[in-house]
Design a protein around this ligand. Structure first.
Ligand code: PLP
Length: 415
């Protein structure tokens, strides 16, 4: 059998060795967890490890206050609550993002309004945001998708002109920066996730930051059952919940914050190898990068796939072929978020919240988001931990893509 026979058709895969493992079970993390176990404080709103992590993470991202919470959805919901956003309010979110960006808005009884993304970086398009603003708009949630910062110059300018809050969803963008300033510090709030796939992870977990003292206090209260810093344990002034990050999670995350700078540089280097190797392959287009992106967070390495470069081979078959060669690629979000059943099949009670029932922006399931739609059809993702691999690891990915390109006709013929 020839070496160019595709693994999907019974050939020998380019690679069988694994790529770097995620989550990273380092000796430092294991030891940090053991220390917490013995220290006797396993969770506390003001626990020593949680407090240290909150301070170091916030300082690293250029903000005054950090708050460790149980996931990256609640770290969006708490800011919305602290800003007094709720029933009758609208919040603008991108159509191309993970579910939670929009469901956090529903979680406070406000209405997510989906706006299209820009054709280069897959982040909220400021023009689309401007067109979506109504008298009910209260906030914008830009997502730094895949780790590339959204255009915070134009979005912050828009927000200031219209009196809107900005909550940055930086769940993909730990350590990313825009014009030399780390993301999360541009908005009223910044929000991160530490879910298992994210670039810093404690299995689950989240963080929000803000430089507003009063909002920080309010957010703290929401995450701690509505208590206040100077109140009694059983005094609950506002409707909060138990959303605390534990000491164990904080300890693991501190070890990862210590290596974040290094990891960012390694991911940038890995991505550059893929850019150079994949761009010459007909039908594959690595995404461009805005010159103001001074550090890409690279939660995902994304490229566009054009079947025309592969003799008409559908994207799903290309992905299957590359996976068979040992490369962990996937298609990204398959649908503009408004077309997910949770939105498309939901009957929002527009009358009860005072909305105009004919309001087109809530026509979930049939919104016109052409750029989002195109990315849903074209993008291919490689997960972040792969970028931490060696130059040889990354060369295998390029070799696998070249092999599939050269033999694409055999697959087209086989289907
Ligand atoms: C992961 C993620 C979240 C939510 O984080 P969880 O910790 O899973 O709740 C929010 N936004 C985006 C863009 C994400 O990828």
């Amino acid at each position: 059998m020839s070496a160019d026979q595709l693994a999907l058709l019974g050939g020998v895969p380019v690679r069988t060795a694994p790529f770097p493992a995620w989550p990273p079970a380092t000796d430092e993390a294991v030891q940090a967890v053991a220390e917490v176990a013995k220290a006797g404080v396993w969770s506390d709103a003001e626990g020593p490890v949680k407090t240290r992590f909150e301070q170091e993470f916030a300082t690293y991202h250029g903000a005054r206050h950090g708050l460790g919470v149980c996931n990256g959805t609640i770290s969006l919901e708490i800011p919305l609550k602290a800003l007094g956003i709720g029933s009758g309010d609208e919040v603008i979110v991108p159509g191309y993002t993970f579910l939670a960006t929009a469901t956090a808005v529903l979680g406070v009884d406000a209405l997510p309004i989906f706006a299209d993304v820009d054709p280069d970086y897959v982040c909220l398009d400021p023009d689309a945001v401007e067109a979506a603003i109504t008298p009910r708009t209260r906030a914008i949630i830009p997502v730094h998708l895949a780790g590339h910062p959204a255009d915070m110059d134009r979005l912050n300018d828009l927000a200031a002109r219209h009196g809107l809050a900005v909550i940055e969803d930086a769940a993909h963008a730990h350590g990313a920066s825009w014009r030399g300033q780390r993301v999360g510090s541009f908005g009223t709030f910044g929000s991160w996730s530490f879910q298992a796939s994210k670039n810093m992870t404690s299995g689950e977990g989240g963080m929000l930051v803000t430089s507003d003292d009063a909002l920080a206090d309010l957010a703290w209260s929401f995450h701690h059952c509505g208590r206040s810093r100077d109140g009694q344990w059983y005094d609950h002034a506002i409707l909060g919940g138990n959303y605390r990050l534990t000491e164990f999670q904080s300890a693991i995350l501190l070890t990862q914050l210590a290596t974040l700078d290094d990891d960012l540089v390694r991911r940038e280097r890995g991505a550059a190898v893929l850019d150079a190797g994949l761009a010459p392959i007909e039908g594959l287009s690595p995404l461009a990068r805005d010159p103001r992106c001074t550090m890409h967070g690279y939660h995902l390495y994304q490229f566009r796939y054009d079947p025309a470069g592969f003799g008409g081979l559908p994207r799903e078959r290309f992905v299957a072929a590359l996976r068979a060669e040992g490369v962990p690629v996937s298609v990204g979000y398959g649908l503009p978020l408004d077309r997910q059943g949770v939105f498309a099949n939901r009957r929002f009670d527009l009358k009860a919240t005072g909305f105009d029932p004919s309001y087109a922006a809530t026509d979930y399931g049939s919104l016109d988001l052409p750029v989002t739609q195109r990315f849903c059809e074209e993008l291919v993702w490689i997960p972040q931990q792969v970028l931490l691999g060696s130059r040889a690891d990354l060369a295998d990915i390029v070799a696998a893509a070249e092999k599939v390109s050269a033999a694409a006709h055999t697959l087209v013929e086989a289907t």
